[in-house]
Design a protein around this ligand. Structure first.
Ligand SMILES: [Mg+2]
Length: 342
């Protein structure tokens, strides 16, 4: 077992190192009823019924994930649930019950909780989720919001990160980079009153994970591997490759980018491709499927979301991810947001 020197801090380990440290402290051999533990979008646990239980949890921290400037309390309530729904969608499941834990300062206005709950409930009602419990605690400074979401799925329909096969096409369900560009707008004074850029701000504040598409892909058996794009496609495709022991080629010219994103990138002299590759918080689905199923994938995704998924790359045997751009292929760094590394 790895021993960590006393004078080192979590900063030296990084997020992945911390997860490995935690994993090393618990039993490596899972009981048979835990079909998937650490390492996918949800844990998958057998029940006495015919469906398996999907469990996911996510925390949003003031100052890291949001500020009063970037998210209103109502948008925060919506988003805290949305990021968890996205993980259930990535397994092909149906969300059922949520548990909400809130840590806030005692002098927080009551209207904060009222607005937060209005946003939370709006999305819960839309997706048939019941709030079934949680915790409320006092926080000395920043607001801390944790949502745990339970869902379910037939075991044969669950889509894992580990199922990608050499030769598979790589697909995404919608535009990339919008949320990152929206965050840039909200943080940048000269764009404080954006006009024409509302879809970007909306993508950051009110993401709507493609739950129906995730479920339809899982039930159809078309998706071999699936993940939600929370940390940026570069990093999340990396997770698929790692778990499936394959590599990938990503085609820069095929990545779906919206007109507002391209417009803002030109106006602000930013690189739209960087937002699309590394921006994160897209909450679209990334999945792989057989090239033989191309038409089926397009028609199924169009039917369930109104727009067909977009083919953005291919799974290859060689390790790592290559970015194909203007006739050349260069290794793609995973990028994305790194916790504990500031
Ligand atoms: Mg995820």
């Amino acid at each position: 077992m790895t021993t960590i020197a006393n004078n080192k801090t979590l900063k030296d380990l990084g997020e992945v190192g911390i997860i490995r440290l935690i994993q090393g402290k618990v039993s490596q051999k899972l009981p048979s009823y835990v079909k998937k533990g650490i390492g996918d979008d949800c844990a998958v646990v057998e029940t006495s019924g015919e469906r398996v239980l999907l469990v996911t949890t996510d925390t949003l921290i003031e100052g890291i994930h949001f500020t009063a400037r970037t998210l209103s309390p109502e948008a925060l309530g919506w988003k805290a649930l949305a990021v968890n729904i996205s993980d259930i969608a990535a397994m092909g499941g149906t969300p059922r019950t949520a548990f909400l834990s809130i840590g806030v300062k005692p002098d927080t206005e009551i209207s904060f909780i009222e607005s937060f709950m209005a946003g939370f409930k709006a999305l819960a009602d839309k997706t048939g989720i019941i709030l079934a419990g949680g915790d409320t605690v006092e926080s000395p400074s920043s607001a801390v919001i944790t949502v745990t979401l339970l869902g379910d799925c037939l075991p044969e329909h669950v889509v894992y990160r580990s199922g990608a096969r050499v030769g598979d096409d790589v697909w995404v369900t919608g535009p990339l980079g919008n949320a990152a560009a929206g965050l840039f707008l909200l943080q940048t004074k000269e764009f404080a009153a954006p006009s024409g850029y509302e879809p970007l701000v909306r993508a950051h504040q009110r993401p709507m994970p493609p739950l129906d598409v995730g479920k339809a892909l899982a039930e159809s058996g078309l998706a071999h591997a699936m993940i939600d794009i929370s940390d940026g496609i570069a990093k999340d495709l990396g997770h698929i490759c790692e778990q499936s022991v394959v590599g990938a080629v990503l085609w820069a010219a095929s990545l779906p980018m919206s007109s507002p994103l391209l417009g803002l990138a030109a106006e602000a002299e930013k690189e739209a491709l960087q937002w699309a590759l590394h921006g994160g918080e897209d909450y679209e689905l990334l999945f792989t499927a057989s090239p033989a199923d191309k038409e089926k994938v397009q028609s199924l995704t169009a039917k369930h979301s109104g727009r067909p998924a977009v083919k953005v790359g291919a799974i290859v045997r060689e390790d790592g991810i290559l970015l194909a751009k203007q006739g050349t292929e260069v290794p793609l760094e995973s990028g994305g947001y790194l916790h504990f590394c500031k």
